[in-house]
Design a protein. Structure first.
Length: 97
């Protein structure tokens, strides 16, 4: 008796299942790569904004120090004497946030 060799044939449904599975896995990896790139881009933008915020805070601090120096009593009294005016501390307004 001769044994018949049977070829492994896939049915149409099996081919469809394998194709859909393969496409799903491919789509999953593509989506992961795409969103990974988007997240990396967002992180870079956040770091850039943080750097800009830090620089602006330093500038604000420097400007506050300059305002404090310019409104010091010694500086103001010198200008008052030059102009022949009277110093009134109640007229000086400092704005703080």
């Amino acid at each position: 008796m001769k044994q018949k060799k049977r070829k492994a044939k896939f049915t149409k449904k099996e081919k469809l299942v394998y194709t859909v599975g393969l496409l799903s896995i491919t789509a999953l990896f593509a989506t992961k790569i795409f969103f990974g790139a988007q997240i990396s881009n967002m992180k870079m933008n956040i770091e850039k904004m943080n750097y800009e915020i830090e620089n602006q805070e330093k500038k604000n601090e420097s400007l506050t120090m300059q305002v404090n120096e310019l409104t010091s009593y010694e500086n103001v009294s010198g200008v008052i004497k030059e102009l022949g005016l009277a110093y009134n501390n109640e007229n000086i307004v400092v704005i703080n946030k």
